[in-house]
Design a protein around this ligand. Structure first.
Ligand SMILES: [Zn+2]
Ligand SMILES: [Zn+2]
Length: 460
């Protein structure tokens, strides 16, 4: 007899779930650590498919989205890929591409991009420049044989300690002392990319080794990674401004300068946020949230028309220390601006100016962010057109070599092609030349087949 569930089965009614190109891996969210980071998700996805991150970017993400080819370069894989977790266009591009390939809609909250409605896309303190991890969390993952992942909160530069163990986050291997690439060649989040040892070793990790402020920042940041998208109709930025105005009225009788002194804020900050429509950076948002004792995530979660409850409290000194700004005289900045403009016109990169001026990229970016972005854009366009030119040159050389050999009455074999191409400084090892050769050969063989068919017909 058929079971009741099978009796109701209708084959024509069955709708198979949509197929995804890549395995639709579930993101990991762990108690106390919050959401997984998109970088961690991507590395686990590469592991599930048994391919290196570079190959995944070049051959899967870039197929159908050629813009991704630029993310397969060594510099991006080593450090740039940390921005996959952050605010801005790289995080947006990776989340959208992976959502399309994995047939999911829940990957953007693995980045800080839901916070782009409140924070500027170049916010300080958003993404640490190298991977960091908690050795104790990795040791626990090993013990329970859980799949090792890295939560988004570990990559936030404002967070100094693990939100669960309150130990400082590590950024170099406890065995060989080396830092880890953003996207390692072997997709393994638990082991060192250089010596292969587990990343659970540390000389400093002792639970409970953190100040109250560090613990609060870590916990508030975890909540931020779990906030998801703001509810439609809620504008966290205007809610932040309303909260500030209420606090100024409540604690400083409406006098902004007095309020700034009370919570240790620069007097210019309020003018920028309330008068000029500027957004607070992540450290500034956390500073205000700590001083007024509210959770930043509440700016997303509360129903429309409500602002979080607040309560002023004393700050234990400065919450975050900014790196000292690189010192350059106004004349230096003017000269640098001209160099950047000239470089842009010649299609040169910002890195070439860094080398020429013996300055770090961050210093140039600090003083001239717009000019820097413009020069990078022009350099990218120049590099793309140079690559196009070189491709078409290689293609022409291969066609010409093929024609010449065939014209001499010989069969254009691989060996003859290689000999000919060697004279013009290329080889069939080059993909474009190889493709052109394959096309010509297919045409030649096709012609031979047609002429053989004509001979057969004539014979009949
Ligand atoms: Zn931990
Ligand atoms: Zn190591």
């Amino acid at each position: 007899m058929q079971s009741p569930s099978l009796q109701s089965w209708r084959e024509e009614e069955y709708q198979p779930p949509p197929r995804s190109i890549l395995y639709s891996l579930d993101p990991i969210s762990q108690q106390g650590l919050g959401a997984e980071s998109l970088r961690s998700y991507f590395i686990r996805l590469c592991r599930a498919h048994g391919v290196t991150p570079r190959r995944m970017v070049r051959e899967v993400l870039a197929s159908g989205a050629p813009g991704f080819r630029s993310y397969a370069g060594s510099r991006f894989l080593a450090t740039g890929a940390m921005t996959i977790n952050g605010l801005g266009s790289v995080a947006e591009a990776f989340a959208a591409r992976l959502e399309a390939l994995c047939a999911r809609r829940d990957l953007t909250p693995l980045t800080l991009n839901p916070w782009a409605v409140l924070l500027p896309s170049n916010s300080a303190g958003a993404v640490y420049r190298k991977p960091r991890w908690c050795p104790l969390c990795i040791a626990e993952g090993r013990k329970t044989e859980a799949e090792i992942h890295q939560p988004l909160v570990w990559s936030m530069a404002v967070v100094a300690v693990c939100p669960v163990h309150h130990t400082p986050l590590e950024h170099s291997c406890g065995s060989c002392g080396r830092r880890q690439p953003a996207l390692p060649r072997i997709p393994d989040l638990g082991r060192c990319a250089h010596c292969g040892e587990w990343l659970d070793r540390s000389h400093t990790a002792k639970p409970g080794n953190a100040s109250d402020v560090q613990r609060w920042v870590a916990a508030a940041s975890v909540e931020m990674t779990l906030a998801g998208f703001p509810v439609p109709g809620i504008q966290p930025l205007s809610r932040f401004r309303t909260l500030l105005l209420k606090a100024i009225d409540t604690y400083a009788g409406g006098v902004r300068a007095h309020f700034c002194r009370q919570i240790g804020l620069s007097p210019w900050a309020l003018t920028k946020w309330l008068g000029e429509g500027r957004r607070p950076s992540l450290p500034q948002l956390l500073h205000v949230a700590y001083a007024l004792d509210f959770q930043p995530a509440a700016l997303f979660r509360l129903p429309s028309g409500q602002t979080p409850d607040f309560n002023i409290r004393a700050l234990p000194g400065k919450l975050f220390h900014r790196a000292p700004k690189p010192l350059l005289s106004p004349d230096d900045v003017r000269r640098l601006k001209l160099s950047l403009q000239a470089a842009g016109e010649q299609g040169l990169t910002v890195s070439s100016i860094c080398r020429q001026e013996s300055l770090k990229r961050s210093a140039i970016k600090y003083w001239l962010p717009e000019e820097c972005a413009h020069t990078s854009k022009l350099a990218k366009v120049a590099a793309e057109s140079a690559s196009k030119r070189s491709r078409s040159e290689k293609e022409d050389l291969a066609h010409a070599a093929f024609k010449q050999i065939a014209g001499e009455g010989a069969y254009p074999s691989r060996r003859r092609m290689e000999d000919k191409l060697k004279q013009s400084g290329t080889s069939l090892l080059n993909g474009v030349a190889r493709e052109a050769y394959a096309q010509d050969r297919a045409l030649l063989i096709g012609d031979c087949d047609v002429s053989m068919a004509n001979v057969n017909l004539d014979q009949k």
